[in-house]
Design a protein around this ligand. Structure first.
Ligand code: ALA
Length: 479
C-alpha cells in the first residue's frame, strides 16, 4: 500500500509539536518543577533539553526518515534484518502502549474537570473531589471518552486526521494560555510565583544536583516524546527536502515555550491564591488550580472550563501521536488496514487504561517508574543505533536538506549521540533503578581509594556503553 506523507511542512512541525506539547508540559512539568526546587529544576531541565533532547530528537528523525517505517521495521530494516533490533523496536512500541494507557486516564480527568468547571462540581471541596474521581470506575468511564476521541483522529489517518486536527489545536492552545496568563498577572501576589519559577537558584542546584537530575532527564524525555518511537514514526512520513536540525530545534523550542507558558500560568496563580506549590502527586495541578478557580464564582467556572479544555486539547494532540505508533506498526509490519489496526490497539489500550485506573499505586507504577526507566533506555538504544549501526549513513541522512550551519554540526552531533549521551542516559537509568529497588550503593574502595556511589554508577554506565559499542561496531560506525 502507498505510504502516507505529511501534506504540508507546517503540518509536520505542528503535529510533532502537538505530540511533544501535552500533559508533560502542563500537568507533569509544573509538578516536577515544584517538587524539585523550582527555578533550579528549570535550569537543569533546559540544559538537558538542549544537550540531550535536541540531539536525541535528531537521532529519532534520522532513523524515521531514512527507514520510512515504524520503530520495529525501522530498526530491523536499517540493521540489515537484525531480529534483536526488531525486538528493541518492539520494546519501544510496547512502551508507547504503556504510556498511552496511563495518559488516557489523565486525559479522562481533564474531560471530567472541563465538565465539572461548567457545573461548579468541584467548587465545594476541590481536594476531596479529586480523591473521589481520580481512580476506579468513574475515572475509567471518562478515560474511555478521551480514548474514543483519540482513536477517531488516528482512524482518520495522517493527513485527514492528525495533521488537520493539530493545525487547529496548537495555535488555540497558545492563544488560550496567553490570555489566562494575562489575567493571572493582574492578581496580587502573582509576582512571587514568577520569582519561584524564574529566578535562578544556583545554590539549590549545587547542593541537590544528583537528586534532581533523574527527574529532569525523565521530564525532558517525556515532554519531547523521545525514547518511545513517536518521533521515529512521525519523521517516517517526512520528505528528504526538510532540514532535520532545523525541525528538531524548532520543535524543542516551541515545546519548551509552551512548558514555560504553563509555568508562567500555574506558579503565579498558585502563589496569588496562597496555595502550597509543593503538594506533590498526580493530583497537584487539579487540586491547586481547581481551588483557585473555586474562589471566583461564575468567573471561576468560565476560567476553569477554558483552562482544563486547553490542557485537554494539548493532551489529545499527544495521545494521538502515541496511539499512532502501535497502529503504524500493525499497518507497516502486519499489513493490517488502518481501521482494523486502530480498533485492535484501542482495545488493548482500553485494558491498559482499566489497569491504570485501578488505584494510585498502579497508576504511579506506569506514570512515574516505568516512564522514567523505559524512556531513557529507549533513547539510549536508539542513539547507540544511530552512532554505531547507521554511523556515516546517519550523517548523510542528517545532512540531506540541512543548511550550512546544520551540516557543520553534523559530525560533532554524531559523536555526541554515539558516546556521551548514551553514557549519561544509562547513568540516570541505573541510578533510578537502584532507587526504585531500594538499593543504596555504598561508597566503594578501589585500590585504597574511596569512590563515591555516584562514581560507581557512572563507571557501570561507561562499561555498559563500551560493551554496546564494541558489539555494534561495523565499517560504517562513527570511528
Ligand atoms: N510529550 C507528551 C507530553 O508532554 C507525551 O505530554
Amino acid at each position: 500500500m502507498t505510504r502516507e506523507t505529511w501534506k504540508t511542512q507546517v503540518g509536520f512541525i505542528l503535529a510533532a509539536v502537538g505530540s511533544a506539547v501535552g500533559l508533560g508540559n502542563v500537568w507533569r512539568f509544573p509538578w516536577m518543577t515544584a517538587n524539585n526546587g523550582g527555578s533550579a529544576f528549570l535550569l537543569l531541565y533546559l540544559c538537558i533539553i538542549v544537550l540531550v533532547g535536541v540531539p536525541g530528537l535528531l537521532g529519532a528523525f534520522v532513523i524515521g526518515r531514512r527507514s520510512k517505517r515504524n520503530p520495529v521495521g525501522a530498526l530491523r530494516s536499517l540493521s540489515g534484518g537484525s531480529r534483536l533490533w526488531g525486538a528493541f523496536g518492539l520494546l519501544a512500541v510496547c512502551t508507547t502502549v504503556l504510556l498511552v494507557s496511563f495518559y488516557t486516564v489523565v486525559g479522562g480527568w481533564f474531560v471530567r474537570y472541563t465538565a465539572a468547571s461548567v457545573t461548579g462540581g468541584y467548587f465545594a471541596q476541590p481536594g476531596a473531589y479529586f480523591g473521589s474521581v481520580s481512580y476506579g470506575l468513574p475515572a475509567f468511564g471518562f478515560a474511555l471518552i478521551f480514548l474514543a476521541a483519540t482513536a477517531a483522529i488516528v482512524y482518520g489517518g495522517v493527513e485527514r486526521g492528525i495533521e488537520r486536527a493539530t493545525k487547529v489545536m496548537m495555535p488555540a492552545i497558545v492563544v488560550l494560555l496567553v490570555a489566562l496568563i494575562a489575567w493571572t498577572f493582574t492578581r496580587p501576589g502573582s509576582m512571587e510565583g514568577l520569582t519561584f519559577f524564574l529566578s535562578p537558584d544556583l545554590a539549590y542546584l549545587r547542593t541537590h544536583f544528583l537528586d534532581i537530575l533523574p527527574a529532569a532527564v525523565g521530564q525532558a524525555m517525556f515532554t519531547l516524546s523521545v525514547g518511545t518511537g513517536t518521533m521515529i514514526t512521525y519523521a517516517s512520513y517526512l520528505g528528504e527536502e526538510r532540514s532535520l536540525p532545523f525541525d528538531a530545534t524548532t520543535i524543542a523550542v516551541l515545546n519548551t515555550a509552551v512548558g514555560v507558558l504553563a509555568g508562567l500560568l500555574v506558579f503565579p496563580l498558585l502563589f496569588s491564591f496562597g496555595l502550597d506549590v509543593g503538594s506533590g502527586g498526580p493530583g497537584a495541578i487539579f487540586v491547586s488550580v481547581a481551588s483557585a478557580f473555586s474562589t471566583l464564582g461564575l468567573v471561576g467556572r468560565a476560567l476553569g472550563a477554558v483552562f482544563f479544555a486547553v490542557v485537554l486539547l494539548a493532551a489529545l494532540s499527544s495521545s494521538i501521536s502515541m496511539l499512532e505508533i502501535p497502529v503504524a506498526y500493525l499497518v507497516d509490519e502486519r499489513d493490517v488496514s488502518r481501521g482494523r489496526a486502530t480498533g485492535i490497539m484501542t482495545g488493548i489500550v482500553v485494558v491498559g487504561a482499566a489497569i491504570c485506573a485501578l488505584d494510585a499505586s498502579v497508576f504511579s507504577l506506569f506514570a512515574d517508574t516505568l516512564v522514567n526507566l523505559l524512556m531513557p533506555t529507549g533513547l539510549a538504544g536508539f542513539l547507540l543505533f544511530v552512532g554505531w549501526v547507521l554511523g556515516k549513513n546517519a550523517l548523510s541522512e542528517y545532512e540531506a536538506g540541512a543548511g550550512p550551519l546544520g551540516r557543520a554540526l553534523g559530525s560533532p552531533w554524531l559523536l555526541f549521540v554515539g558516546v556521551p549521551i548514551p553514557i549519561f542516559l544509562l547513568f540516570t537509568v541505573i541510578s533510578r533503578l537502584l532507587t526504585t529497588l531500594g538499593v543504596s550503593v555504598a561508597p566503594l574502595s578501589v585500590l585504597g581509594v574511596t569512590v563515591a556511589s555516584s562514581t560507581a554508577v557512572l563507571a557501570a554506565a561507561v562499561v555498559l556503553t563500551a560493551i554496546a559499542v564494541l558489539g555494534l561496531r561495523r565499517p560504517d560506525s562513527v570511528f
